[in-house]
Design a protein around this ligand. Structure first.
Ligand SMILES: [Zn+2]
Length: 382
């Protein structure tokens, strides 16, 4: 990530660049900013800048061998520690090192979210959304061990600890020791939302870089350029976001998800109606790739359409409260949803949601559900 990929925050960027250009890089720095600020993004841009072999105009080049690996977060001298939680289906050994087991997920989560993610986004990515993550001792230890080796290719080795406030106390002493006596050319970049939850001794040994919230104009540019948001939509999102990029993006994406659910569900019902199984298998592949939360939201939308169809049939257009987007589809679909199939459709969709929560295989689940729905839609034909 280059500095210029981060919207605004020019003062902080200048200060960071100056520390590099004047050769006074502090070896332990805390990037402190509330959720939705650019703390992780700036820490990454800073590390990339430090190691860039062709720095120009206060930014990394993005194209030298070091930058290319940094852009993919795959540089061998860039190490990450992040909170994880124990999940049943993993063996103890796998959970003990988030770094090896979750690293690919971590890179994907950071890249997909433009390096702005909440702990909730991260937990959803690795399927532990109902748990509290922690940085465990083994993770800290394994990274510290790696730091004692000579760097592979970079000038500086970097250990980036995301959400430092979730570091277990038992992991702290070893980390403190290396922060106090760091191996040469080693940087600790701590990224945190709340400094009052960080272990005091670690806090006192790091230099704090305070990251302010985003300005409204910067958030607007971000939403327009990265999410192709319309003017009204972008302004509404920024108004409720209060300088928080994650909140602004969530506001936009909620509507993106609504549109997706509508279009996908409409197409799926059409496929089931004509029993076109080649299209259904393509559909199954696509929805199987969505995360569990998205699959549940999709099926929840389906339940909502069944309900609206029934209301339309028995109580009329006003009661059904159809949105302009779904109006035409639901009106065409409603005649096929009736007392012959409604209860069973409700049951099958609710069961599917229940099984997704319990880690059912999505391809099998959506294939079965498509077959049942095909039968039930035909049963509803009068
Ligand atoms: Zn470069």
């Amino acid at each position: 990530m280059k500095f210029k990929d981060i919207y605004g925050l020019e003062d902080v960027k200048k200060r960071l660049v100056r520390t590099v250009d004047e050769n006074r890089i502090s070896h332990a720095q805390l990037f402190l900013g509330t959720e939705g600020t650019g703390n992780l993004a700036l820490a990454l841009a800073y590390a990339q800048y430090i190691n860039c072999r062709n720095k120009t105009d206060g930014d990394s080049c993005g194209t030298c061998p070091s930058c290319v690996k940094y852009e993919k977060l795959s540089h061998p001298d860039l190490h990450f520690v992040f909170p994880v939680a124990k999940v049943k289906q993993l063996k103890d050994k796998e959970v003990s090192s988030s770094n090896s087991f979750y690293l690919e997920n971590w890179r994907a989560a950071v890249l997909e979210n433009d390096a702005h993610l909440s702990p909730g986004d991260w937990y959803a990515k690795i399927g532990i959304e109902n748990k509290q993550g922690y940085i465990n001792t083994d993770d800290a230890r394994s990274i510290i061990d790696k730091l004692s080796y000579k760097s592979y290719e970079a000038e500086y080795k970097v250990m980036l600890i995301w959400m430092t406030e979730f570091l277990y106390h038992s992991a702290a002493p070893r980390l403190l020791k290396v922060i106090e006596e760091p191996p040469p050319k080693t940087l600790f970049l701590l990224v945190s939302h709340q400094s009052d939850k960080i272990i005091g001794t670690i806090l006192s040994r790091s230099q704090t870089v305070k990251i302010p919230g985003y300005k409204e104009d910067d958030l607007l540019s971000y939403l327009r350029e990265k999410h192709q948001a319309g003017e009204e939509e972008a302004h509404n999102a920024v108004k409720i976001a209060n300088g928080n990029l994650v909140a602004a993006r969530d506001a936009i994406q909620t509507s993106e998800i609504e549109v997706y659910n509508y279009e996908k569900f409409r197409d799926w019902m059409r496929m089931c109606f004509v029993a076109k199984f080649t299209d259904i298998s393509e559909f199954v592949v696509e929805v199987s790739r969505l995360g569990r939360e998205r699959q549940k939201s999709f099926l929840g939308y389906g339940l909502n359409v069944f309900r609206k169809a029934m209301l339309l049939n028995y109580a009329g257009l006003d009661a059904a409260r159809l949105s302009p987007m779904e109006g035409k589809f639901v009106q065409g679909f409603a005649p096929f949803i009736n007392e012959k199939n409604l209860d069973q459709l409700y049951k099958e969709f609710n069961d599917a949601i229940y099984h997704i929560e319990r880690n059912a295989k999505p391809d099998i689940l959506f294939t079965d559900l498509s077959i049942i729905t095909t039968k039930l839609l035909h049963a509803g034909k009068k």
